[in-house]
Design a protein. Structure first.
Length: 277
């Protein structure tokens, strides 16, 4: 049975299929991230990580925006003279974004509209980014005298090419969902009226995989990018051995048997059958 929970700035629903739909819920502010939103997200992501009913986590926004970035009044001006409050909010944002990145569950950003500035850090933490083709992305910091800080510059430079990152950071120009895919910021761009259907289809596909294998694959792909070839080889060899022990359903063994012995399975065309099938 579907379950819902609503906090001050975030709400979520776990539907009957096991998809957890997490929503930034400040539509009147284009879901700008104030301190309370970060505290709410920290609570929500921790809850969903340990909730077996939640198989895949989708993060989206209410109204016309995914998130307009940091709330200038509540995140910046209100904490200018209160460094402890600024520090607490900063770390809450960093914590929940890291939780999303290292979660054993697949995470999908469903970008339904505006995505600016500080929201890029949270976007980059998600495994898959599906955007409406008419969504609007941008780094506007240059226009009002600050740097894209809080690691925004870092994640933007990591995802986009150097030339694209430099151009959009220096000009402050916006770009749409199709351009976000071209630049490597997003995975897929689809018409807005088909966005939820596309995300649902991807979530269902991910839920067909063996959860522990999916988690190990996610962590491996997140970690090897910063390694040289020798380090990556050693890491992946050790990770593969660990997976053999962690995968109690023996997905590898069943796949080998069905493909090599029974001739009933083609690895390139889909996941091996579940243990009880």
């Amino acid at each position: 049975m579907a379950r819902t929970k609503e906090l001050e700035c975030v709400k979520y629903e776990i539907d009957d299929e096991g998809i957890a739909w997490v929503t930034f819920n400040r539509p009147e502010k284009r879901n700008a991230m104030n301190p309370q939103l970060h505290y709410d997200m920290e609570e929500v992501i921790c809850e969903l990580e340990t909730d077996d009913d939640a198989k895949v986590i989708v993060i989206t926004g209410s109204g016309e925006a995914w998130s307009a970035g940091m709330d200038l009044r509540e995140y910046f001006r209100a904490t200018d003279k209160d460094p402890a409050a600024r520090f607490k909010s900063f770390w809450a944002h960093r914590h929940w974004s890291q939780y999303v990145s290292v979660s054993r569950k697949a995470t999908i950003a469903m970008v339904n509209g505006y995505c600016f500035g500080g929201a890029f850090c949270s976007l980059a933490a998600c495994d898959i980014v599906v955007t409406a083709d008419d969504a609007t992305f941008g780094l506007s910091e240059i226009n009002w005298g600050i740097l894209p800080g809080g690691n925004v510059s870092k994640v933007f430079a990591d995802l986009a090419s150097h030339r694209n990152a430099m151009f959009y950071a220096m000009t402050g120009r916006t770009f749409d969902g199709a351009k976000a895919v071209e630049m490597g910021i997003a995975t897929l761009a689809v018409p807005a009226d088909g966005l939820r259907d596309e995300v649902t289809a991807i979530a269902r596909e991910l839920m067909e995989k063996e959860p522990v294998v999916l988690a190990y694959t996610k962590h491996a792909m997140n970690n090897v990018g910063d390694m040289n070839m020798d380090m990556a080889y050693e890491y992946l060899a050790a990770k593969g051995v660990a997976l053999r022990f962690a995968d109690q359903s023996d997905t590898r063994g069943r796949g080998m048997t069905e493909f090599l012995d029974k001739k009933t399975y083609r690895p390139g065309l889909g996941p091996v059958g579940k243990e009880d099938e």
